[in-house]
Design a protein around this ligand. Structure first.
Ligand code: SF4
Length: 328
């Protein structure tokens, strides 16, 4: 039996102070990923700071027309929120594509962002994994890696990020707000996650003691075409082989705004800047869409068993974008 200290915080200040940036201190939200990893012995906290009762459980309108989502808002509540469904339908669709109904009822917004990869080697203490034990090697690279990354991976890690929600947030240019001992800061979702490089043990840029307090969504008019599409091995309760989140605004036949992000392809929600640059100012024809998506996926470096993901992502993205173009 390993003793674990438990603190139930009632304010953000109290939670951050209790955590203190100490090694082995973890924030506990819904626990749907952390507790699983504790059972497997992958995560071994010395202290849990329970943040479930912090006053971060609301979705609030911002003066600029955006939304502020509190870190402890449950995934199911966020998916069903009227403002999210009306103005950010791709976010609602992404949330409903993730996990199961029971898990969505427990999982929080902050926890969803911080969930760890589902790479089987990461979860198996008997296997080498640079993310779990830096310097131990990567079992997946020459092992079972059908589900792994095709973009942005490194010799040290080829894992993918598992969140659907984060892919929609990347396409929406959302921002994560953090509170640490040094104060508050805000980080765009696209800069919150790290590529693995030679430090795959670090998933994000979050600092010791920092707590996710919320997510800010920029203003987004109702009716702006957007969608989230996910391809997976079975119809529910499975992680993405590839997914696409897209927002498309067309004015006078030309693309005025596009936000495109891929899931299931990389260590991060992959914002498709190259594709976006090709589409901005151009007519959203099938030819232009295909060329833009191909330009993005030209950077892919598939592994022995996952080259199929490139074609899958290509087909998903061209289909989603062309359907959005038809709606404009
Ligand atoms: Fe570990 Fe990453 Fe390799 Fe998976 S892909 S075994 S998480 S280092």
């Amino acid at each position: 039996m390993k003793p674990v200290a438990y603190v139930r915080a009632t304010t953000v200040t109290e939670a951050v102070a209790a955590h203190g940036g100490r090694p082995g201190a973890y924030y506990l939200g819904g626990g749907t990923n952390l507790v699983d990893l504790m059972k497997l012995g992958v995560e071994t906290p010395h202290m849990l700071v329970d943040i479930a009762r912090l006053p971060l459980g609301t979705v609030d309108e911002l003066p600029d027309g955006g939304l502020r989502i509190g870190a402890t808002v449950r995934n199911s509540d966020l998916a069903a929120h009227p403002a999210v469904r009306a103005r950010y339908p791709l976010l609602s669709q992404a949330l409903l594509a993730g996990a199961s109904g029971q898990l969505r009822n427990a999982a929080t917004t902050g926890g969803n962002l911080l969930q760890r990869t589902r790479c089987g080697y990461f979860q198996d203490l008997g296997k080498p994994c640079n993310k779990r034990v830096p310097g131990s090697g990567c079992g997946a690279r020459d092992g079972v890696h059908r589900d792994h990354a095709v973009l942005g991976h490194s010799p040290h890690c080829i894992a993918t990020h598992p969140s659907d929600m984060a892919v929609a947030l990347a396409a929406l240019a959302a921002t994560v707000t953090l509170q640490g001992r040094g104060g508050e800061r805000a980080v765009p979702v696209t800069e919150f996650y790290r590529l693995p490089g030679d430090r795959p043990d670090r998933d994000t840029v979050i600092q010791p003691s920092e707590l996710i307090t919320g997510v800010l969504l920029p203003a987004h008019p109702a009716g702006l075409p957007s969608a989230y599409r996910k391809a997976r091995d079975r119809a529910s309760y499975a992680f993405a082989l590839a997914s696409v989140a897209a927002v498309l605004e067309v004015v006078d036949g030309l693309v005025r705004h596009v936000g495109l992000a891929f899931g299931g392809l990389a260590h991060v929600p992959w914002r498709a800047r190259e594709a976006e640059a090709h589409l901005l100012g151009a007519p959203p024809t099938m030819e232009n869409i295909s060329r833009a998506v191909d330009a993005e996926l030209a950077a892919a470096q598939p592994l022995r068993d996952n080259a199929f993901k490139v074609g899958l992502a290509r087909n998903l993205a061209t289909d989603v974008l062309s359907r959005l173009a038809d709606r404009t």
